[in-house]
Design a protein around this ligand. Structure first.
Ligand SMILES: [Zn+2]
Length: 97
């Protein structure tokens, strides 16, 4: 029987909707203020994500999502993992690792 592939779900943090003032990636440490994040987000330079449930304070930048998926895979001892990103306008991006 095939094992169910685990899914990591993350929400994009829209800098124009959030009340947070500071953004730091837990993996690489890259940190921006809300003002800078707005500018960088609008020019498609960086986006931050957080887990959809609980742990909303744990943020990742888009560059670190792949290593997050790889680490989770190792942690869970699975061969495949799905990364599901909830984007604005109800868009969902799915990646297989
Ligand atoms: Zn990062």
């Amino acid at each position: 029987m095939a094992k169910k592939i685990p899914i990591i779900e993350l929400d994009l943090i829209d800098p124009h909707l959030t009340r947070k003032r500071k953004f730091a990636c837990i993996a690489c440490g890259i940190t921006y203020t809300l003002k800078d994040y707005r500018i960088l987000f609008d020019s498609h330079k960086i986006s931050y994500f957080h887990f959809t449930e609980k742990k909303q304070n744990i943020k990742y930048c888009h560059d670190c999502l792949e290593s997050l998926a790889v680490k989770e895979k190792e942690k869970l001892g699975v061969k495949k993992i799905i990364l599901k990103l909830y984007l604005p306008d109800n868009e969902i991006a799915t990646f297989n690792f």
